[in-house]
Design a protein around this ligand. Structure first.
Ligand SMILES: Nc1ncnc2c1ncn2[C@@H]1O[C@H](COP(=O)(O)OP(=O)(O)OP(=O)(O)O)[C@@H](O)[C@H]1O
Ligand SMILES: [Mg+2]
Length: 154
């Protein structure tokens, strides 16, 4: 079975995020990897819609803060680790305390925390395959995400 899903436009990417969000529960950890402008933030905005965040349009690149919290049916913790350089910095900021908590956690630039990743998480690696084309590669790390991925990739 292929373990990716394709998008042909920004709108479609947001919809893919929304559909994933609809499958998530509090405590789920999503890590997003992929180069600049691949669509991590747009996908996160879609996830926010899917989990019932009140103002999903407010989800943007958290430029000067590492973590932003959004309220809704389920809370969303949106982390962007781009500016962090080392594992020690990430540990110091207590990033891992967001994990497995009372909301869904979405981490952009999760490459930065590869030494201290959560035990269980769902990674989505976004590949740019054309001007407006993206491929979302899904990787389950921990049994409970196999189930989500199999429902997601239908
Ligand atoms: N199919 C597509 N899916 C997502 N974004 C697309 C697509 N086609 C074009 N784009 C454009 O790519 C950009 C994606 O921006 P976005 O901020 O979501 O990326 P990002 O991965 O979060 O970037 P950064 O690494 O700076 O955090 C937007 O300008 C969007 O319009
Ligand atoms: Mg971003």
């Amino acid at each position: 079975m292929k373990n990716y899903i394709s998008s042909g436009s920004p709108k479609q990417t947001e919809n893919l995020g929304r559909r994933l969000g609809e499958l998530l529960c509090p405590g789920d950890n999503i890590t997003l990897t992929g180069e600049f402008g691949s669509g991590k933030t747009l996908f996160t905005k879609g996830i926010a819609r899917g989990i019932g965040i009140i103002r999903p349009e407010h989800v943007n690149s958290p430029s000067f803060v590492i973590a932003k919290e959004y309220d809704g049916d389920i809370k969303l913790y949106h982390l962007d680790l781009y500016r962090l350089n080392c594992t020690r910095e990430i540990e110091y900021l207590g990033i891992s305390e967001y994990l497995n908590g009372d909301g869904v956690v979405v981490i952009e630039w999760a490459e930065r925390m590869k030494n201290i990743l959560p035990v269980e998480y769902l990674n989505i690696n976004i590949e740019i395959t054309g001007k407006n084309k993206r491929r979302f590669w899904c990787g389950s790390h921990g049994g409970r995400y196999d189930n989500i991925i199999s429902r997601y990739l239908v």
